[in-house]
Design a protein around this ligand. Structure first.
Ligand code: ADP
Ligand code: MG
Length: 634
């Protein structure tokens, strides 16, 4: 053993498969690598076709430089690249690729066919490659450029294949990537087909027009141009006016030298610029390109890592904030702000509570983008006491007799009286109460139910105190209603007098088509009037006037978001998305009868204690616990 050699150089094929583990994680990675190669080959026209979300076929056609016979023979080898020659080149990379790993990795986990013709060549070359089999090369007639077919991805790695998500999820990854290419390279022509359906066909154009082609007229009308330059950086692109802020981050695109990047700090700088303009639970639209001297950028990071670090992180942060602020200021955004101030019931509340409030996208930290996955088991009871051991629900005991505002059954010493209440309200609530509501409050002699900070409802129960989050409670109620509407054909739709329309992105359209039947059951009567437009003629009963279009849009966004965080049964997800979007928000003042209706509805639910995503609807404090803390032995 002593002198025996244990270390061996891995055979190339195994090395390639190991590299593939990092480079080719899913069909989307293949699309990304191949389109990058086409762009690097100076193609101006790139067509992408996928079948079965890329699992069956990925086909890319470009009109780029093409490859010579010796080049195509070596292209599938590991570390084969035409993009760098010397170590020096590594410091001034202008191409998207340079590692020479992509084709080798892909060819180790799929069947590859390349057809390629150089400019002025008599004919081109066709190369067939299958893992562990000899390559076959033959002449072929085709126009200048390169076509690559990737078939049966991961067929020789069943574990990886099994790991792939549903077709719709894999499709979404690909379509997100295609959107990024289309937006980072508006001067190139891209067509994108999913099977026989055309997802988009975008001709070379200005970035503004490209955004219009992909996101529709409303977004295009609401763009603010960003054109910023300081000593170190140039930032160009568009940000959206507040009216097109969304409930998820799906419409945010950040590029550095035309490469998609992620940067929590830059995202924060952008959100900062929108402070006071949009609610903290909303996400601004942006397509921004950061242009830096390539010698100053280290692209030699992990191939799948898009999160970038800047040498001068603070400086970049400041530049980004300046860029966006100046843009927002220069536009006549003031009317928009005024408009918001008039309509927002309580902007102060929103600022104060926005970040942590219940209408935040569940499980996603809006500032950092972190996903916090909290999934308490169903039926878990949340109590404020560490001693109670989480017994069952006790609220229903007081449900019928205790909730009416006229009831006199409570202990006067522990309940709030109206003057205490309004003093408290005056101190902590910034909302002006409509006079009518005030008199009503005064007419009610005493109450067992009370709203704190327009957000939490306090109810005295037989054995203590229950605190209910009004938004989450309503979410639960609507979630169960929606499930009933879909599963039991419970009528839940209202017809609109005037149809309304929404513009949708290609991804949203695919989602919409997938969900159309369930949406109809839920109460949305809709039809697609063009590949990017949906008309709504009916909505579920609980949708408020004026929110018909935004609700559907938000449900689609929310659904997509939940689908990545928590792939669940489609109807369940749809019901949860509906609940989340249609529920009353924190900051919404409720009067006593409204609170009572809400509580009655809540306790009619099958699982009133937790929201559809496992967040607690209520916290229970037992009287025993108060007694214990105040040293009162009971
Ligand atoms: P990299 O892009 O890092 O160089 P790849 O494995 O992706 O490595 O590609 C290897 C080489 O194959 C490239 O450097 C390029 O010379 C050639 N190549 C790949 N795709 C194309 C294409 N669509 N058109 C022309 N040449 C290509
Ligand atoms: Mg490449």
């Amino acid at each position: 053993m002593l002198d025996e050699q244990q270390i061996q150089i891995l055979p190339e094929f195994i090395a390639n498969q190991i590299a593939a583990g990092e480079v080719v994680q899913r069909p989307e990675s293949v699309v990304k690598e191949l389109v990058e190669n086409s762009i690097d080959a100076n193609a101006t026209d790139i067509a992408v076709l996928i079948r079965q979300s890329g699992k069956q076929l990925i086909h890319i056609v470009d009109n780029g430089s093409g490859m010579s016979k010796p080049d195509v023979l070596v292209a599938l080898k590991r570390h084969a690249t035409s993009k760098i020659k010397t170590a020096d080149d590594l410091h001034k990379i202008q191409t998207l690729g340079f590692r020479g790993e992509a084709l080798a990795s892909i060819a180790s986990v799929a069947n590859v066919e390349i057809r390629t013709t150089q400019q002025g060549a008599q004919h081109g070359w066709k190369l067939l490659a299958e893992p562990l089999k000899p390559e076959v090369l033959e002449p072929v007639q085709q126009e200048q450029g390169t076509q690559i077919f990737i078939r049966n991805l991961f067929y020789n790695i069943p574990a990886r294949k099994k790991f792939l998500r549903s077709d719709i999820t894999e499709f979404r990854h690909i379509s997100d990537t295609m959107m990024k290419f289309a937006l980072s390279h508006p001067t190139l022509h891209f067509t994108f087909h999913d099977g026989d359906s055309l997802i988009f066909d975008v001709k070379p154009d200005s970035l503004q027009n490209r955004i219009q082609q992909l996101f529709g007229d409303e977004v295009a009308r609401s763009l603010v141009s960003v054109d910023y330059q300081d000593e170190t950086v140039k930032i160009i692109g568009y940000v959206g006016k507040p009216n097109i802020a969304r409930t998820t981050r799906a419409s945010q695109f950040l590029f550095m030298n035309h490469r998609p990047i992620a940067s929590k700090s830059l995202a924060h700088a952008i959100y900062q610029s929108y402070e006071h303009l949009i609610d903290k639970s909303q996400h601004p639209f942006f397509v921004l390109n950061i242009i830096l001297d390539p010698t100053k950028v280290d692209v030699n990071v992990h191939p799948q890592k898009t999160e970038v670090k800047f040498e001068d992180e603070r400086g970049m942060y400041a530049s980004m904030q300046n860029a966006v602020m100046m843009a927002l200021r220069s536009e006549s955004l003031i009317p928009d702000i005024r408009f918001r101030e008039q309509t927002a019931t309580n902007p102060f509340e929103k600022l104060q509570y926005g970040k942590s409030d219940a209408q935040d996208v569940m499980m996603v930290n809006t500032l950092t983008g972190e996903i916090i996955d909290r999934k308490p088991s169903q039926n878990q009871v949340f109590t404020g006491s560490s001693h109670s051991g989480g017994g069952g629900m006790s609220y229903p005991k007081v449900q019928s007799q205790g909730l009416s505002p006229n009831t006199q059954q409570f202990d006067k010493t522990t309940a709030w009286n109206p003057s205490q209440m309004s003093a408290f309200d005056a101190l902590f609530s910034q909302t002006e109460q409509p006079p009518q509501q005030q008199t009503q409050a005064q007419n009610v002699p005493e109450r067992l139910i009370w709203q704190m900070h327009n957000k939490y409802i306090f109810i005295q129960t037989e054995d203590g105190l229950l605190i209910v989050d009004q938004h989450i409670a309503h979410e639960r109620i609507l979630y169960e209603k929606a499930l009933r509407a879909m599963n039991e054909q419970y009528p839940y739709s209202q017809k609109l007098l005037f149809p309304v329309g929404i513009d949708v992105t290609p991804t949203e359209m695919v989602l919409y088509k997938e969900l159309k039947d369930d949406l109809l059951q839920l109460g949305y009567t809709t039809s697609e009037t063009s590949p990017a437009h949906i008309e709504i003629t009916g909505v579920p009963l609980d949708i408020h006037a004026g929110e018909e279009a935004s609700s559907l849009h938000e449900i689609l966004e929310q659904y997509a978001e939940y689908q990545t965080v928590r792939p669940a049964e489609s109807r369940d997800n749809l019901a949860a998305s509906f609940g989340c979007r249609a529920a009353i928000k924190a900051g919404h003042k409720l009067n006593v009868p409204e609170m009572n209706v809400l509580m009655d509805d809540l306790f009619k639910c099958t699982t009133p204690e937790v929201c559809p995503h496992g967040r607690p609807v209520m916290i229970k404090f037992e009287l025993k616990e108060f007694d214990r803390r105040f040293g009162r032995t009971s």
